[in-house]
Design a protein around this ligand. Sequence first.
Ligand code: GDP
Ligand code: CA
Length: 303
Amino acid sequence: VKVAALAGGVGGAKLLVGLQRVASDLTAVVNTGDDAVMYGVRVSPDVDIVTYWLAGIADRKRGWGLRDDTFHVVEALGKLGIENWFSLGDQDFATCLYRTQRLASGATLAETIDEVRTNLGVPVRILPMTNDAVATRIVTSDGRTLEFQEYFVKERCRPDVREVRFAGISEATPAPGVLAALENADKVVICPSNPLLSIGPILALPGVRGSLRNHPRVVAVSPIVKGAALKGPADRMLESMGYGASASAVARMYDDFLDAYVVDVSDPEEAEKVAATGIEVLSVDTLMIDDSASESVARAALS
Ligand code: GDP
Ligand code: CA
C-alpha cells in the first residue's frame, strides 16, 4: 500500500516508524508551524524529530533532539549573555546550521530536509507541509499573543490557550509533492499528533483539507486516551478552546474528511460515539511504547 501521513513531532514519529514497516511506499507530510530562527539558525523541530526518530538516533525519552547530544554551544552562548531558554543540542545545532546555510544559498526547505534525511539513511520521503513561512502563534486566555516556542518552551505550555493562529497560512502553498502524495495515496493517515498545533496547520494550508475530503480512505489515530494526552498540552488546549478533551472530540474536528478512526481499547464509550456518526472505528492498544507497538498500530490503521 501507498501511504501518505500527516504528522507533527513525537506522536507522528512513533506511528511513522510503524508505517515504515508496513507500507510499501510512505510519504510523511510534516508540520512546520513550530519553526523559528533561534541563535541565528532555522529550527524545524517537528521535521527534525521525525527524521531523527526514523533514523534511530532520536532521544526518545526526552522527545526532542538527538540521543547523547551535548549542549556546549547553547551554554557558551548563555555565558555571552544571550538568552538561552531554548535548548538545542550541539549535533542538533549542526543540522539547523546546515539547513540555514543551504537556505541562504537558495535551496528550498524541502530540499534541505530531503538532503538531511538521505544523509541519515532514512528511506521515508519527508516533506515539509510548505516551503513558505508559516508561524504558529498562541493567544492566551489572559490576552497575550506568544510565538509558538515562547509558549511551548519558554513558558512550558503553562498558559491557558484561547486561540491558535497560523501567521502566513493563507499566502502559503503546500510544498511540491504534498497534494500529489495525498491524491495518489491508497490511504491517508492522520498521525496521533496534536490536532490543534501539529495537524491543524497542515489542514489549514490551501488545498489540503479539500484534497482529504475527496479522498476515500482517510484514517486517523486518536492522540487522546482516556481524556488525556500522552504528552504535551493537547488535552488542556482542547478543553480551553471548547472542543473537549476526548477521542471523539478529535474525530469531530476531522469529520468532514474522516473515513476511519483508531481509538484506544481503554476508550470503548468514545469508540461507540464515533461509530454512531458513520465512521468506521477500530479499537486497539494505541500506546506506542516501542517499535513493535508502533507497527501494530500502523497495521490497524491500514487494515
Ligand atoms: P510534538 O510536536 O512532539 O509535541 O508531538 P505531536 O504533536 O506529534 O504529538 C503530540 C501528541 O502525541 C500528544 O497529544 C500525545 O497524546 C500523542 N501521543 C504521543 N505518544 C503517543 C502514543 O504512543 N499513542 C498515541 N495514541 N498518541 C500518542
Ligand atoms: Ca511540535
